[in-house]
Design a protein around this ligand. Structure first.
Ligand code: ZN
Ligand code: ZN
Length: 1020
């Protein structure tokens, strides 16, 4: 007889199997067929947050992309029509810094010498190259997207939409140029905005620690003692701040300090900070040209810290944000000591030295002039550039800002309409919105969104261009060379001032990259676009890269807002913020209805992954060594509010668990091939019909319960519950149904085959969004004999099952718990599983009583009694994980009472102690059995096992051991499952012949004898 099913190898070769399925999807156009199937279905709108196309993708990207794919696949199986548009982020510092590295350029001057036009071309080439690489990697991950129709944030279309936004905020009066202290990256030569600081890293860095004396004028021998870790700021000092309500003391050496910081000292004199305010002092670098005419004085400041330093703070408004704010309040001069590259400007005494090179000469100089009290080192957490890792400094510069004041409340209102998963991240978003400062949108760089700002010196009008059309209308020259809207070409266009008509030029700045990604829900969906342009999105730098359409407004109305978006948690301050800012500004609505967000990816030991630490995993390595399904499994099993510890160790554990699924499918197909059994595809619709045995009815109910549970988990965007549910389901299917039904498969029992096939196939269908490759492989293998089955699991829709028999499912769950506890009790008593025992007492599992026979058989006991367990000792401990959060400080008294044995038992495994009712889950119960009894308990169920042996029990135990040995020998000898044997026991086991019928039945022996020294089998 020809085999009905293909034969399964012992283990899946994930990599090989995945490549084969990917190839079949391609060849059979599975994705296209699926989209066609759903074309008339309800819409599910997902908007992709763009991945930056400047490097291969990392495993952390694979996490996010997996979640996106899981839910798009799930929705597709439910019949939803979707867009499947992937996005690439293409301009801004991300790309610039990588291109600089590749070209060996190290400063803005070098970029300008290289040529901005050629630099822009290099940036575009890099994007084209890595968008192709990422696409390949995403396909390998099993991600389904409309790969030719990606959006690229550097198209002229995208740029024009941002221009439109900027023109709108200008019309509303929110746009302004600020002269401000800003965080600055000296290497990148640009400001860093608030959200970018959070995106960067705080690193433990060693900095100089200086105590410096500022002599007070008119007070001979007295000086202010100040502490600083930034010596480069001292030449810009203009004031010293004290806390007006704190106590200050004059030390014997003549230095004023806050007394709170010198608790062990006695002081010559003391004064309130307020009494020092107004005193003048000699600045540390009064002789420098920059300091000419500056009067240094003591100012009050409530925020002066009294837990470090001296309690007197040196103030340099040109070199710090708070200092700058104080300069406005106290009308202090602003001396800005650093140039764009973070080097000292002329007039500050250390011409051309970088801020971190100034320390030694400053220390030397101060010491020489007797102003240095002490110099040392301090290690502290210090912010670094999110792009290049350089420590950040403060500079006072002119930047462009969008005021956040008027949009704050509308954004909060919009966020109130959004459903977050996990829910508490909604509050994180609110916190960010309440505290967000004005949006610093300008970057002094090259390959980015050109800010369309044209200031006029004559009439002070700021012309903001809102579209390419408007640019063309206003242009006075330079249109002929405008190949796209990027620098340097855009800079070649002069326009007429909207105030006076005079020729004006664009400011040199480009925009924050979050403008590029933030406009996507409008730019890609055709907001207010009059006409649908097929393949019309690939404009400017995007020409030739994509076939995406530029839709019209009617399309936007259909697809906006996104029903769902998903990105990692740090995007609260980045992408979620920027798309919300821009959409609420332009449309008054949140661009998304639901969000799934998740934490960070670390290595399997909990450390951050860094290439330089050697613990980073390249995504291609992960594909080769674990396979995409196992990666996706790892991502999907992660609770989203915790960091994911990703690695090969967890991957091997997942492979081991997937082997249970594999072995179950192999078991079914192996026996079906022996018995010639054929599946019926209609069973997937109506369930296996016919004479079901109780265990079959249970597996059907259990399967339906899993379908229901997993559907609920997908609907609440929690893959972790899908994976957990699937694990438990496969465990039930394999370790209960198959194990307890083996004999029926040997006997070719039709109903057993149909039931198991139903469970397996439905399970595979439900888990398919999570691990699409293995699932489709199994679907295909298991439906080979069904001519009318869809060729792919993704064309089979979602299983529709009747409501499960919940009572039956609960009954068997309780039975399984009893068996599990019985095993624990057995192992605690040191009795092996094959040894029969006399009795088991079960308490707290009334549903299991209907399954008495199964308990007897599973636990190999002669008798089971349902009733109270008599124990000699009962110990109850709090389950800290649950009770800690619930009881708080009360926990101590409960714990003490439990330890002292002060508790009473409630029904259902609960206890009352110290005035609190504790449920079965909230306590850990330990019962010590009576002499000869072994006890185990959990979740309100307790079992006691009589572990005493007698001669008869020992003999039966030997029979079980013997059967086990014989069956191992059969396997080793390569016998078929149906082969009969002759069996010879060793002479020493002659007493077991008393059980020869039993032995013959279990080993398929036609004869059982005893002779000689060895156990022997012989094939008949
Ligand atoms: Zn930088
Ligand atoms: Zn003008």
């Amino acid at each position: 007889m020809a085999p009905i099913f293909p034969s399964f190898p012992d283990k899946p070769d994930h990599n090989h199997l995945e490549l084969e399925i990917l190839e079949r999807w391609e060849r059979e156009e599975t994705f296209e067929k699926l989209r066609e199937l759903n074309r008339e279905g309800p819409r599910f709108s997902f908007v992709d947050g763009p991945i930056t196309a400047n490097n291969p993708m990392g495993v952390h990207h694979a996490w996010g992309r997996t979640l996106k794919d899981v839910f798009q696949r799930y929705k597709a199986l439910r019949g939803f029509h979707q867009r499947y548009q992937n996005g690439f982020d293409c301009q801004g510092l991300w790309v610039e810094v990588e291109v600089e590295r590749a070209l060996g350029l190290n400063s803005k001057r070098e970029i300008e010498e290289y040529g901005i036009a050629e630099f822009a071309e290099q940036c575009k080439e890099r994007v084209a190259k890595f968008s192709a690489v990422i696409t390949e990697q995403s396909r390998r991950l099993g991600m389904w997207m409309d790969w030719d129709a990606d959006y690229y944030t550097f198209t002229d279309t995208n740029i024009e939409y941002i221009w439109r936004f900027l023109k709108t905020v200008h019309e509303r009066g929110w746009l302004y140029q600020g002269h401000r202290s800003t965080v600055w990256c000296p290497r990148c030569g640009t400001s860093i905005s608030q959200h970018e600081i959070f995106a960067g890293e705080y690193r433990e860095l060693e900095h100089p620690s200086l105590y410096v004396r500022f002599p007070l004028k008119g007070r001979e021998g007295e000086a202010l003692s100040v502490w600083t870790t930034t010596p480069w700021t001292l030449p810009a000092n203009v004031a010293a701040a004290v806390n007006p309500t704190a106590d200050y003391g004059l030390r014997k050496n003549g230095d004023w300090v806050a007394t709170a910081l010198y608790p062990d000292e006695s002081f010559v004199r003391s004064a309130l900070g307020g009494e020092l305010v107004g005193l003048e002092y000699e600045g540390p670098f009064d002789h420098l040209p920059a300091q000419e005419g500056v009067v240094h004085r003591v100012i009050p400041w409530d925020d002066v810290a009294l837990d470090e330093g001296t309690g007197i703070v040196h103030i340099a408004p040109g070199a710090g944000a708070e200092d700058f704010e104080l300069s406005r309040i106290h009308d202090l001069p602003v001396l800005a000591p650093l140039d764009e590259a973070g080097r000292m400007l002329p007039g500050f005494g250390f011409d051309g030295l970088a801020s971190d090179e100034v320390a030694d000469p400053v220390i030397h100089d101060l010491r020489h002039r007797g102003l240095l009290v002490e110099a040392g080192k301090v290690v502290h957490r210090y912010p670094t550039c999110w792009r290049c890792g350089t420590p950040l400094v403060f500079r006072v510069v002119d930047d462009w800002f969008i005021s956040a004041e008027e949009i704050r409340q509308p954004m909060l209102d919009a966020n109130a309409t959004v459903e977050w998963t996990p829910a508490f991240y909604s509050k994180r978003m609110d916190d960010w919105l309440r505290n967000m400062g004005d949006w610093n949108i300008s970057r002094k760089r090259y390959f980015g969104l050109p800010l369309p700002f044209y200031p006029c010196d004559d009439c002070s009008t700021l012309t903001v261009i809102g579209s390419r059309e408007e640019l063309e209308e206003r242009a006075l020259s330079g249109l002929d060379q405008l190949q796209e809207l990027h620098r340097p070409w855009i800079d070649g266009v002069a326009v007429a001032c909207s105030g006076c008509g005079k020729e004006v030029r664009r400011v040199p700045e480009v925009g924050d990259a979050w403008l590029d990604a933030g406009i996507v829900p409008l730019a890609t969906l055709g907001w207010e676009n009059p006409e649908f342009v097929s393949h019309g999105y690939a404009t400017g730098a995007g020409k030739g890269l994509t076939t995406a359409d530029l839709p019209d407004h009617a399309y936007w109305e259909k697809w906006f807002p996104a029903n769902w978006v998903s990105e990692m948690r740090e995007q609260i301050r980045l992408w979620f913020y920027s798309i919300s800012f821009m959409s609420v500004t332009l449309t008054g609505r949140s661009p998304y209805e639901r969000v799934l967000t998740y934490e960070k990816l670390l290595d399997e030991t909990g450390r951050e992954m860094h290439r330089s630490w050697g613990n980073a995993i390249a995504v291609d390595d992960a594909f080769d060594r674990m396979g995409a399904d196992v990666m996706r499994w790892q991502f999907s099993s992660q609770p989203p509010n915790q960091n994911l510890l990703f690695g090969f160790g967890p991957a091997n554990e997942i492979k081991r668990r997937l082997l249970t699924l594999w072995n179950s499918a192999k078991f079914l197909t192996d026996y079906a091939n022996i018995q010639g059994w054929q599946p019926i595809v209609d069973d997937l619709v109506s369930g296996p019909g016919g004479e079901l045995q109780p265990l079959d009815r249970w597996l059907v109910a259990r399967t339906n319960a899993f379908v229901e549970e997993a559907t609920g988990a997908y609907e609440s965007w929690l893959t972790v519950n899908v994976v957990r549910g699937f694990d438990e389901f496969v465990e039930d299917l394999s370790n209960w149904y198959i194990r307890r039904s083996r004999r029926r498969f040997w006997d070719g029992d039709e109903m057993a085959f149909r039931t198991l096939w139903y469970g397996l196939v439905q399970g595979v269908r439900v888990v398919a969004p999570v691990m699409p490759l293995l699932a489709d492989h199994l679907w295909r293998e298991l439906t080979v004999p069904c001519e009318d089955a869809p060729e792919s699991v993704f064309l089979a829709g979602w299983p529709e099952v009747p409501a499960p028999d919940a009572a039956l499912v609960a009954e068997v769950a309780e039975l399984r718990r009893v068996v599990e506890l019985g095993r624990q009790a057995r192992s605690a008593a040191g009795v092996n599983l094959r040894q029969p025992l006399r009795a088991l007492v079960v308490e707290g599992a009334p549903l299991a009583e209907a399954h008495l026979d199964e308990v007897l058989e599973e636990l190999r006991v002669k008798e089971v009694v349902f009733g109270p367990v008599e124990a000699s000792e009962l110990r109850v401990k709090p389950n800290l994980r649950l009770l800690g959060p619930k009881l708080g400080a009360e926990l101590v008294s409960v714990r003490t009472a439990l330890e002292a044995g002060e508790f009473e038992e409630l029904g259902g495994g609960g206890f009352r102690s110290a005035g609190h009712d504790l449920s079965a889950e909230e306590v850990l119960v330990e019962r010590r059995g009576k002499e000869g009894w072994s006890v185990a308990a959990s979740d309100g169920v307790t079992v006691a096992l009589d572990s005493r042996l007698d001669e008869e029990l020992v003999r039966e135990g030997r029979v079980y051991d013997l059967i086990h040995r014989v069956n191992s020998m059969r396997k080793e000898a390569g016998l078929e499952l149906t082969d009969r044997i002759g069996l010879t026991l060793p002479e020493s086991d002659r007493d077991l012949l008393e059980h020869s019928e039993w032995i013959a039945r279990e080993t398929l022996a036609t004869s059982v004898d005893a002779a000689g020294p060895e156990l022997a089998i012989e094939k008949n």
